[in-house]
Design a protein around this ligand. Structure first.
Ligand code: CTP
Length: 446
């Protein structure tokens, strides 16, 4: 019996896939089809796949050509599969000509003619309008946002708003956009808005954008109070719009995996979470300006609290803070957030340097994520018996904003208002803790 194996994503299954599978089947007696897992595709930068792995597996089965369907989940798996299934022929479309010659050591490699004029990429592009995104604010993060958007299909940044004309013009020139200084004119030119303006303007811009019927992705810190967060999410719901907090780490593949591993009990009951984030900033800068809501807490609490809340939930019972102040701004804050059956702490610095790692301690073991944990690409699960330790490596591509952008667009396209990666109630809980701090509740100066 001649065994043939082939691999692909098979998103939005099309005639090109059918032809390829038929030809592959004709090469032998038994055809194994490897369908890529969602995380494998994400890991290799394929962020726009529409059908999830189950849908894609079903579609391949429905063609009737596959005798067996397997999941491709890691780099190098093809060599394992070929040996494990005793495969005679590896077949793949001619767009991969030469790329898999290294498999000749294990079986015969055949490149089959690719069907011209069709691909999943084409189908995805045809089925979706391109969203015109407008950026509010033209600071550092906005500069990083524009190129990251290019990594995600279906969206294009077209405009920038900054009340200071020179800044708007310079940003627009650099990224090839239209510049605006007036909100009313700007908002008419876009379908969705990314807010990266100074902290204190987030609420107002988000509200006006939603009122104008536009989807919103808002940078951290989202807003400065629980009430503001609730009001904005209510407004978005009412208007049937997507409002999302741009908590980038929440959407990156490695962090998502940490959360699912913890929830599946791999380290037992979580008893303590320690998250630190420190980035020194030289003056003068808005981070050190009290009038612009600067400070370690507003800068760095959103990501660290996101991690704690994703792991321990929103039902915390008390919180206290210790801060070193300078010119009315906390250059270092340590907070302790207690839960009925767990505790957590966060250390945040903009004028004090500390190790920026994340440690999640449980009754069976702990997870260690080295600095900078918020750009998660590696973590280790550790136990008393070190032979059971396991390291996990992930890619964290580019500036890492592409993951949140992709999620935001996916929510818009698929008409989802809530995302499990960062629930609205979790975002509200983060705003509430920041509000308590700004109201000086349980804050001790050191
Ligand atoms: N294929 C083909 N003819 C096409 C499209 C794909 O023969 N017009 C083949 C590929 O060469 C590969 C298999 O189908 O062997 C699965 O490819 P996949 O990457 O899933 O499909 P694409 O349509 O190329 O997807 P994308 O546009 O996302 O790259």
């Amino acid at each position: 019996m001649t065994k043939v194996i082939t691999y692909g994503t098979y998103d939005l299954l099309h005639q090109g896939h059918l032809n390829l599978l038929r030809r592959a089947k004709e090469l032998g007696d038994y055809l194994i089809v490897g369908v890529t897992s969602d995380s494998f595709d994400r890991g290799r930068g394929k962020l726009n796949v529409r059908n999830n792995v189950l849908e894609r597996v079903e579609a391949v089965k429905a063609t009737g050509f596959a005798d067996e369907v397997i999941i491709e989940d890691y780099l190098g798996q093809k060599i394992d599969d070929i040996q494990k299934y005793d495969v005679d022929i590896f077949a793949i479309g001619s767009d991969w000509e030469g790329k898999f010659d290294y498999l000749n050591e294990y079986c015969k490699v055949v490149y089959l003619p690719r069907t011209e004029g069709i691909s999943s990429t084409m189908l995805r592009a045809e089925s979706q309008d391109v969203f015109r995104i407008g950026v509010i604010g033209s600071g550092r993060i906005a500069h990083r946002f524009v190129p990251e958007t290019k990594m995600v299909n279906g969206a294009e940044v077209v405009a920038v708003l900054n009340p200071e004309k020179e800044k708007a013009d310079a940003f627009a020139k650099m990224h090839g956009l239209e510049a605006f200084t007036e909100f009313e004119e700007f908002i008419q030119k876009v379908d969705a808005v990314y807010i990266a303006s100074p902290h204190l303007s987030h609420y107002d811009y988000a509200k006006r954008s939603l009122q104008a019927g536009k989807h919103v992705l808002c940078e951290i810190p989202f807003v400065m109070s629980k009430e503001q967060a609730l009001e904005l999410y209510r407004l978005a719901e009412e208007k049937n719009l997507v409002l999302m907090e741009a908590s980038k780490t929440a959407y990156c593949p490695a962090f998502g995996h940490i959360v699912t591993l913890v929830k599946s009990g791999i380290i037992g009951d979580v008893v303590d979470v320690k998250a630190s984030l420190s980035k020194m900033v030289p003056p003068p800068t808005r981070e050190l300006d009290a009038a612009q809501a600067g400070g370690a807490m507003t800068e760095h609490a959103p990501l660290t609290l996101m991690a704690i809340i994703k792991l321990l939930g929103i039902d915390w019972k008390d919180v206290n803070f210790h801060s070193r102040m300078e010119n009315g701004v906390d250059i270092y804050t340590k907070g302790v957030l207690n839960y009925p059956h767990a505790t957590s702490s966060f250390t945040l610095g903009i004028g004090v340097k500390t190790e920026g790692n994340l440690v999640i301690s449980g009754t069976k073991g702990y997870i260690y994520v080295p600095a900078p944990w918020w750009l998660t690409s590696f973590f280790e699960v550790r136990y008393e018996d070190q032979t059971k330790n396991k390291k996990y490596f992930y890619s964290y591509d580019g500036e890492g904003l592409r993951y949140e952008i992709q999620e935001w667009l996916s929510m818009i396209v698929n008409d989802r208002r809530s995302c499990y990666k960062l629930r609205r109630r979790e975002s509200v809980a983060i705003a509430e803790i920041i509000e308590k701090y700004r109201n000086k509740e349980n804050v001790t100066e050191i």
